[in-house]
Design a protein around this ligand. Structure first.
Ligand code: BV8
Ligand code: ZN
Length: 250
């Protein structure tokens, strides 16, 4: 289905009639900011795939390699800017008294686009957590040389890790519960830029739809969510989300 014309109008109608909106995003909304997605062509680093490095096993085996990958990614995130899709989502937040953005992304671009009522389901590439005392802290503004040794906790000397949810790990306390609870009361759910390959996040939108929410998916490619959606906008989020926002009554 094309993204302009009747589909866009139907999506705007759904949003205009909804009291509360949940937005769920994935790496695709940051693609137009130049950040490689997980499964797109750019998802490789030194011939490793994300799934091989974003795991506790990889970190236990070689924390230095995992830190090099995250420093490389973090530099890309810091040099990137939010795109029109991020800005449109921040614009949608202002239109809904009841709103939540649940992002799977760790790049920090939604926050830099002024999204406020949001959950980072998988944590943030800009935060570290001590494997010793559990302290969560901001990482320094400059990621530093890619191959520097893994950082250590000043107070306890423990090895720091990215404060990110890796494959095979559980979610940070209360994060999933909050997202599912909001989805079950939402009037509309707007999904953008996710392949819906990773569970449980992919289930949030489908569960919300099962509880009565109208579901819109924004993705140039077909996914399990676009197949279930009431409206599928098959176009880049940087184009379709601003067009959608522009169609909402002021
Ligand atoms: C858990 C942080 C249990 C890391 C991430 C077998 C079957 C099903 C599930 C499993 C299984 N085996 C294991 C599992 C569970 C596993 C999982 O789902 N694995 C997958 C790979 C099969 N899940 C987990 O392990 C999760 N934990 O289940 O816990 C548990 C409970 C208690 C105690 C112990 C354990 C944790 C998963 C979290 C992993 N961390 N990110 C980091 O960033 O470094 S996941 C990572 O991939 C992302 O955060 C995101 O969540 C996920 C999917 O990526 P997407 O964001 O969707 O990006 P992708 O590249 O895939 O797709 C991009 C899309 O954008 C494409 O569709 C493309 O068409 C579109 N696009 C491109 N350009 C644009 C666009 N769209 C719009 N506009 C554009 N311009
Ligand atoms: Zn510590």
């Amino acid at each position: 289905m094309a993204f302009d014309g009747p589909d866009l109008d139907r999506a705007a109608e759904i949003l205009a009639g909804a009291e509360s909106l949940l937005v769920l995003t994935g790496a695709g909304v940051s693609a137009e900011s130049g950040i490689p997605t997980f499964r797109g062509a750019g998802g490789l680093w030194r011939n490793f795939r994300a799934e091989e490095l974003a795991t506790p096993e990889a970190f236990a085996r070689d924390p230095g390699l995992v830190w090099s990958w995250y420093r490389w990614r973090r530099r890309i995130c810091l040099e990137a800017s939010p795109n029109a899709g991020h800005l449109a989502i921040a614009g949608l937040e202002d239109r809904f008294p009841s709103f939540l953005l649940a992002t799977q992304n760790v790049d920090g671009l939604h926050r830099r686009a002024s999204s406020r009522r949001m959950l980072e389901l998988h944590g943030s590439i800009h935060h570290s957590r001590c494997t010793g005392c559990g302290t969560v802290a901001d990482l320094p503004a400059d990621p530093g040389p890619e191959d520097a040794p893994p950082p250590r906790c000043a107070p306890c000397g423990g090895l720091l890790r990215p404060h990110i949810v890796w494959f095979g790990e559980g979610y940070h306390e209360g994060v999933l519960e909050t997202a599912f609870a909001f989805a079950r009361t939402a009037g509309a759910i707007l999904v953008a830029g996710t392949s819906a390959m990773v569970w449980p996040p992919a289930a949030i939108a489908l569960d919300g739809q099962a509880h009565g929410a109208a579901l819109i998916d924004v993705n140039p490619e077909e996914t399990e969510i676009s197949r279930a959606a009431d409206v599928w906008l098959a176009a880049p989020s940087g184009e379709s989300l601003p067009a959608l926002l522009a169609r909402l009554p002021r």
